[in-house]
Design a protein around this ligand. Structure first.
Ligand SMILES: Cc1cc2nc3c(=O)[nH]c(=O)nc-3n(C[C@H](O)[C@H](O)[C@H](O)COP(=O)(O)O)c2cc1C
Length: 207
């Protein structure tokens, strides 16, 4: 047999693929993808599914159980309001030489072409370093993304500069910061392998 990798590495890769085939958690992690508005269908994401997705977020780990993630869920008319606000902010903060009407319209469409948009907010408690609150909120988002994927709902984390201007629209407190919008929808996109460089390039073994 010709080994593309060393014999032991080849065994490890086979074992990984075997685990991947039989283990639903590993499958979900491997095949979760960013799914964008172009692939979303009109099918409504039910409130029940949204709550399952947010319960998954709420199961993320936190230091001192500060549970710093907060969410503002936009559906239906709420998406129109969010879209209008994103366009308005873009128009307000973009220097005249960079402004285009097409981008203004497009900013709003990100919301209106989605079935749900969830503003991701970190609630800084001061009980642990800020980076820990940010790290656990990101862990909550990954949980949310995996839960959505498991329900055949696609989505992605969008982090345009505009989110730094959403504070008053979202009624955020002084200690809260919006770190993105998670757009969701039922979709028609094909399952895809992740595009990543090999994990071996990112590990140093000390044995
Ligand atoms: C913190 C964060 C912010 C992101 N912001 C954006 C964004 O503003 N626009 C976008 O198109 N994708 C955004 N993404 C999605 C990434 O582009 C995507 O995760 C990456 O290309 C890998 O693709 P995959 O999610 O399908 O594995 C973001 C992802 C993360 C984790």
């Amino acid at each position: 047999m010709l080994y593309l990798y060393g014999k032991n590495e080849h065994k490890q890769i086979l074992k990984f693929n075997y685990n991947l085939m039989k283990n639903e958690v590993l499958k979900a992690i491997h095949y979760r993808r960013s799914v964008f508005q172009a692939s979303f269908t009109d099918e409504e994401v039910s409130k029940e599914d949204i709550l399952s997705i947010l319960e998954a977020a709420n199961a993320a780990p936190t230091h001192k159980r500060t549970q710093p993630w907060r969410f503002v869920v936009f559906r239906r008319e709420g998406l129109q309001r969010l879209g209008g606000e994103l366009s308005r902010i873009y128009k307000t903060i973009t220097p005249a030489e960079k402004y285009t009407e097409a981008t203004e319209i497009n900013m709003g469409k990100k919301a209106t072409q989605s079935n749900v948009a969830i503003a991701i907010v970190v609630n800084y408690t001061g009980e642990v370093p800020e980076w820990e609150e940010l790290a656990c909120t990101a862990a909550a988002v990954e949980n949310m993304w995996l839960a959505a994927h498991s329900l055949n709902i696609g989505g992605y984390w969008a982090s345009p500069g505009l989110i730094n201007h959403l504070g008053s629209f979202l009624n955020l407190e002084e200690n809260q910061k919006c770190i993105g919008l998670f757009y969701l929808g039922h979709h028609e996109s094909e399952s895809r392998e992740p595009i990543r460089t090999p994990i071996e390039e990112k590990i140093r073994w000390e044995e």
